[in-house]
Design a protein around this ligand. Structure first.
Ligand SMILES: [Zn+2]
Length: 1003
């Protein structure tokens, strides 16, 4: 192969025009052989030209694209693209950066020679159209006429969807060498960008598993335990916070080129679905893009259908609502993000595939549906994908000026947003009690190229007269009882004015909506309402970032805010941090629930710290319950850690009398299994960003470890689906041992930060469950999130708690309101009365001592009178019914009927082992902040975070997910508090007792 390649390299010293191009008969024959049906191909891709200058893919790879049973690693794919660039003046390759594990992502640019020589000029044109401030209409039109549309197609963000990286190599070659009117039009009138592999780490691991299975058909096939370094399929849900390297690289590259169209290639459903989606579409986007999606999709559907291709359709898949997909690098920046789903085989097998009736039914949007049964090959997939992309390229190249004009209009209308539909701006007040997480949130927006300014002086503006995390309004005081004002606010008359004037201090952050990316800022910060009448959503329905970050964001409609003197930030926000005050004996940090406090604590692992069990005041500083107290430390040490983490520390010599206990930097383990690591991946992302050390430990390792308590203080079990049985069983103990290690056959399985094992079979097993129980019993803290609550609950470590699959609840990824019920618990330190949390149809936690809930019927019996006018039993004097006691949710949960104490006392745990509800979901009417919510009564007033003592230790259960996609920084500190106070979680536990069934508890 190498020899052949060298020969080609020598020959092609001559210019391209002198190259000979003819049909590559052998390659063409191989394509036709690998294509199972002519209706899975078109005249665009059923052959390949041979060029005397540029080596075809088979020359370099040793196989044609779409050959059965073979896939290529990233190094081969990138290597081939660079061969093209070296041998064709129509091709250039740029590096986009690297993945977490160091694999390169590349951008291949293809156009005619003249265009390729002036790429910078074309990039400057799209950049200017992207920010049309100060650009006259005639100047814009002139740029549109000179410009060329840029079409960026990218492969395999999803590692198991493995055909597109192969296809893109052939497409690149074809675009570089083929001479047809269609290809000429594309090369001349557009700039093609290709990224063959988005998820480079996952690509190599998937190819390892696939090729291993090909070489060892007798062995149990490996699961793709890790795709990327952190997450699997969710690498296409990182479009909001850009936490993964691939998202950062893609967004940076987009902003460098302003591609007119970005086109993701996915492989899941038959045979070729072209994105438009069912709606509801994201409501913050310019409606122009909706038309563009349809125009592009219908052109390709029509052109492929006319060529006799079967099963090409649009509309009936995916919604278009959430802004978290990778294509939002384009969509969120006024360009067009779109995608394909072709039929994939998880590899390159040729297989008979049988479809479900739901895939083959004829619908208005699928007049030419897929067939019930076909023989399907990798080459079929390549043919469909490549034909579609070529048609898409041709369409955009043929209407380049229209698409560039649309792009200009969308950019211009985004700048006009402040004064047309509004808001004028979003404001984040400078006096937010949690400046660290405020900065984290703002830095997410900055990484999205959203412009942020700071007010040079204090100002006031009209804001909506409602209290909401998302749209501002007067904030309730944090902590303590409700103030008299807040009470009167609830009772305010209906004619309250719609707006009120709010004052903002100097230094407040202003996100002007007269900027090009105003729509992205608005969609991320606003509240979302997803109607129950709409089609089932495809992903999260709510994401309000301010609410999830527990940071105040104010939606200001008043355009006078645009005239406030302000200074635009030029880079990311870093908080200085440091020590204030001249004291020498004691250092204090107010616990405001800011994530950076945990960074600080773990930075100084060996420095003893304490935490206050009550609020207190020192030297005029008011400190919340849970504030950090550090005595006898070196000022220099504290100062360095404070600067490093951006935390403000007060030094004092005052003598403190507040009750306190030690604040630990515990040894943390994060549990994973060997089948799916995605959920723990998001925990790893956040813990590593905040530099909180942990040990990544496998279920199989837990099974083999007798004394977990000797190794760890806290074990976190992120959501693991499948229930207790599946956790215990893991990968069944069948066949031969399955080592997870790097070998010559599987060189990409392991990377630092991942895990390895001699055998990944066997799950937790009963001995693993016993090890975990012993761990808690001996004083450890087990934190279980979402579905993983089944492990301690159904594994018998908790009393009086059960899990229930809600029957009516529809809550697919929402932002919900929760109340902090037990402010004395260390888990709630630093929090106020309420918190907005992320929840998505996890099991609902139920607490009951087993005597019924003591719930009273909310409706009366049928009878005389009205709902409130009491019934009268006939034939006897009227007696008022018993005053049915009205019980709080907690009282109902701990209810014991009087008579049951005689026969059922064994069921009642001692008071110090009763479940303690720290956080509780709000009442039905107040529960929803953002998203789709139906059947709210299934969840309303149910526990969200529960602490249950067990032996010397504790189990803490989360129904909400406190570490969801790096978006929920407002909830992180619930976890951190639990960890740092793991030895003192009983602090503040009130005299809680089971609730007697007699009427004495009536309120
Ligand atoms: Zn996909």
């Amino acid at each position: 192969m190498l020899k052949k390649l060298l020969a080609v390299l020598v020959i092609c010293a001559s210019p391209l025009l002198a190259c000979e191009v003819k049909d590559d008969a052998a390659y063409t024959a191989a394509i036709r052989k690998a294509t199972t049906e002519t209706f899975f191909s078109t005249e665009l891709v059923d052959h390949l030209p041979w060029s005397s200058c540029v080596p075809a893919p088979d020359t370099y790879l040793g196989h044609i694209i779409g050959a059965p049973d073979v896939l290529d690693h990233v190094e081969q794919i990138n290597g081939y693209m660079r061969v093209l660039a070296r041998n064709s003046p129509r091709v250039r390759v740029f590096s986009m950066g690297r993945s977490e594990e160091g694999r390169e992502m590349i951008l291949v640019a293809i156009a005619d020679e003249a265009t390729i020589q002036h790429l910078d000029q074309y990039r400057n044109i799209t950049a200017r159209l992207a920010d049309p401030r100060g650009l006259s209409k005639s100047a814009a039109e002139s740029l549109i006429q000179q410009g060329k549309p840029i079409y960026w197609a990218d492969g395999s963000i999803h590692s198991t969807e493995s055909g597109s990286p192969e296809m893109l190599m052939e497409l690149a070659y074809r675009l570089a060498v083929e001479e047809t009117p269609l290809i000429d039009t594309i090369r001349k009138n557009a700039i093609v960008l290709l990224t063959p592999v988005i998820g480079t780490d996952g690509r190599d691991r998937f190819v390892d598993t696939y090729m291993y299975a090909k070489r060892h058909p007798e062995a149990t096939a490996y699961p793709l335990t890790w795709w990327g370094h952190y997450v699997g399929h969710d690498n296409n849900r990182d479009g909001i916070t850009l936490s993964l390297d691939l998202s950062k690289n893609v967004t940076r590259t987009y902003l460098n080129w302003h591609a007119t169209v970005m086109h993701d290639l996915h492989e899941s459903i038959p045979y070729l679905y072209i994105s438009t989606g069912t709606g509801p579409y994201n409501a913050w986007l310019d409606p122009i893009v909706t038309s563009e999606w349809q125009q592009l999709a219908y052109y390709e559907v029509a052109e492929l259908t006319r060529r006799g291709v079967v099963g090409v359709w649009t509309h009936g898949f995916y919604d278009g609502w959430a802004p978290n997909y990778m294509i939002w690098a384009a969509t969120g920046h006024n360009a067009i993000g779109r995608f394909y789903e072709t039929f994939g085989n998880r590899g390159a097998d040729t297989q008979v595939r049988t479809l479900q009736p739901s895939d083959t039914s004829r619908e208005w949007f699928r007049p030419n549906p897929p067939l019930a049964k076909v023989n399907w090959s990798a080459r079929d997939n390549i043919n469909m994908q490549q034909s579609g992309v070529l048609l898409g390229l041709y369409n955009v190249a043929s209407h380049g000026q229209e698409f560039l004009r649309n792009f200009y209009w969308k950019s211009q209308r985004a700048v006009a947003k402040a004064r047309t539909e509004g808001p004028a701006a979003w404001v984040l007040p400078a006096d937010d009690p949690r400046p660290g997480d405020q900065a984290r949130l703002l830095n997410v927006l900055i990484s999205q190229a959203i412009e942020i300014s700071r007010a040079n002086k204090a100002f006031s503006a009209l804001v909506p007269n409602v209290e909401s995390a998302a749209i501002g309004g007067p904030a309730k005081p944090a902590g303590g009882k409700k103030s008299p004002e807040s009470k009167s606010e609830e009772e305010k008359p209906k004619d309250t004015p719609a707006t009120t004037t709010e004052s903002f201090p100097a230094g407040s952050y202003i996100i002007r909506m007269d900027q090009p990316y105003s729509r992205l800022a608005d969609t991320l910060l606003d509240t979302q309402y997803f109607s129950t009448k709409d089609p089932r959503p495809y992903d999260d329905t709510g994401w309000t970032l301010g609410a999830l970050a527990n940071v105040k964001t104010v939606r200001v409609m008043d355009t006078s805010v645009l005239n406030v003197p302000m200074t635009r930030l030029t880079g990311a926000i870093t908080l200085p941090g440091g020590v204030q005050g001249t004291g020498r004996t004691t250092y204090l940090i107010n616990n405001n629930g800011d994530s950076a406090l945990a960074t600080f604590r773990f930075h100084l692992v060996s420095v003893p710290m304490e935490t206050a069990e009550e609020p207190f005041t020192v030297d005029g500083h008011k400190l919340n319950r849970g504030s950090f107290i550090i005595a006898n430390a070196q000022r220099g040490t504290i100062e360095a850690a404070a600067r490093d983490s951006g935390v403000t520390v007060f030094a004092t010599d005052a003598k403190l009398s507040v009750a306190r206990h030690s604040l630990d930097a515990p040894r943390i383990a994060l549990l994973h299994n060997w089948t799916s690591t995605q959920q723990d991946g998001w925990f790893r992302v956040t813990l590593e960003q905040l530099r909180i050390p942990y040990t990544y430990i496998a279920d199989t390792k837990v099974r083999e470890t007798q004394n977990l308590r000797g190794l760890f203080d806290v074990i976190i079990v992120p959501p693991i689906s499948g229930g207790l049985a599946s956790m215990l069983q893991g990968i069944p103990m069948e066949g031969a041992p399955m080592p997870w290690k790097n070998t010559p056959e599987t060189p990409d399985f392991f990377a630092p930060g991942l895990d390895s094992s001699d055998d990944i079979r066997g799950g937790l097993g009963y001995s693993g469950l016993a090890s975990l129980e012993r761990f808690v019993h001996d004083g450890g803290l087990l934190i279980a999130v979402g579905e993983s609550a089944a492990l301690p609950v159904e594994g018998g470590m908790t009393r009086a708690v059960s899990l229930r699959r809600p029957q009516k609840l529809v809550c697919p990824g929402d932002v919900l309101l929760a109340h902090v019920e037990d402010q004395q618990s260390p888990i709630a330190y630093g929090y106020g009365e309420k918190l907005y949390v992320y929840y998505s149809e996890n099991p609902v936690m139920n607490i009951s001592l087993g005597f019924g809930g003591g719930e009273t019927s909310e409706s009366r019996s049928s009878g005389r009178g009205s709902a409130t006018d009491p019934d009268v039993i006939q034939g006897r004097p009227y007696t008022a019914p018993d005053n049915t006691p009205k019980r709080t949710p907690r009282e109902r949960e701990l209810y014991v009927p009087e008579e049951a104490r005689a026969y059922g006392s064994w069921r009642i745990p001692p008071a110090n082992e009763l479940p303690r509800v720290i956080l509780r979901f709000a009442e039905s009417g107040n529960l929803l902040v953002s998203g789709l919510l139906d059947g709210a009564s299934d969840l309303a007033e149910k526990p969200a975070v529960v602490d249950i003592p067990h032996g010397q230790g504790h189990v803490v259960l989360f129904a909400n997910n406190p570490m969801w996609r790096n978006e929920t920084s407002g909830s992180y500190f619930l976890l951190f508090n639990a960890m740092m106070n793991y030895r003192h979680l009983d602090v503040g536990r009130g005299p809680v007792k089971p609730v007697n069934g007699a009427g004495s508890q009536a309120k």
